[in-house]
Design a binder for this molecule. Sequence first.
Ligand code: PBG
Ligand code: ZN
Length: 322
Amino acid sequence: MYQRFRRTRLNNHLRALVRETSVSVNDFIYPLFVRSGEGIKTEVASMPGVFQMSIDEILKECEELKKLGLYSIILFGIPDVKDSVGSDALCEHGIIASSVRAIKKAHPDMFVVTDLCFCEYTDHGHCGILSHETVNNDATLEISAQQAIVHAKAGADMIAPSGMMDGIIETLRNALDNAGFENLPIMSYSTKFASGYYGPFRDVAESTPSFGDRASYQMDPANRREAIAESIEDEAQGADILMVKPALAYLDIVREIKDATSLPMAVYNVSGEYAMLKLAGKHDLIDYNRVVMETMVSFKRAGADIIISYHAKEVALLLQNA
Ligand code: PBG
Ligand code: ZN
């Protein structure tokens, strides 16, 4: 006697009934890159379909996103001027604060997440303030709290610290609470690896470190126990949502953290993952749409509740036409 697994695979309806995992447009957060100016929409060579946009173009883009049923975005800023402490990120007239105000004014129904870091704003390209050629953790915590308040006052709906500083969640939670933003959620980039998959992002965000790398603050890809501990620590400090980044090469970690927490989990399907599929699709090496959907399902199956992805618009369109 053997099990006939094929019995429930024999037609479309039955396959749909027994399907364990689904992908919905509601699962997605779409990354946007904003810079100053007007009428600017510049495609990034390493990421076809991804653009640096000025605020007026971002407002039009939000219109497009809503038509697709996408209401959540995460914003990255490219400032005009970079300096050693990332002043633009601390200024209420900086690129992110200005963008958030403009978006929430024109599109109050959009859910605007802000990436909170310093690498796009510092002239050295590291994720915080330097002392002795390395990022000073506690000095960076102080200015991170200031940045969080700038985002909150501008109207951000959720703050997402991505710099991998120790103590960042507790610091931001206290700062936000003390300023009356106790209802503003924090999505932590809680388990973020020092990854080669971020290459194309650094072209878009113009955030490649001018010396060294990020290995003294982002995690070693080889470490599993530490990866779990990082997220569980952020839960203890008060994070509302946890994250694993990158996604594809780390699905084992997604599953393990999911099983160790009851918080919602996000994955960041990063720039290098996007670029690989894009280029393979361009050269007709894969059935692009099919591989994209298979990849999204793998994130959900691994335990992700939220997918941050440059594919979000394509996926929304595929789901509409399905
Ligand atoms: C900045 C940040 C990075 C990404 C998101 N926030 C890059 C980095 O750490 O260099 C990567 C996103 C991507 O590759 O798509 N801290
Ligand atoms: Zn950074």
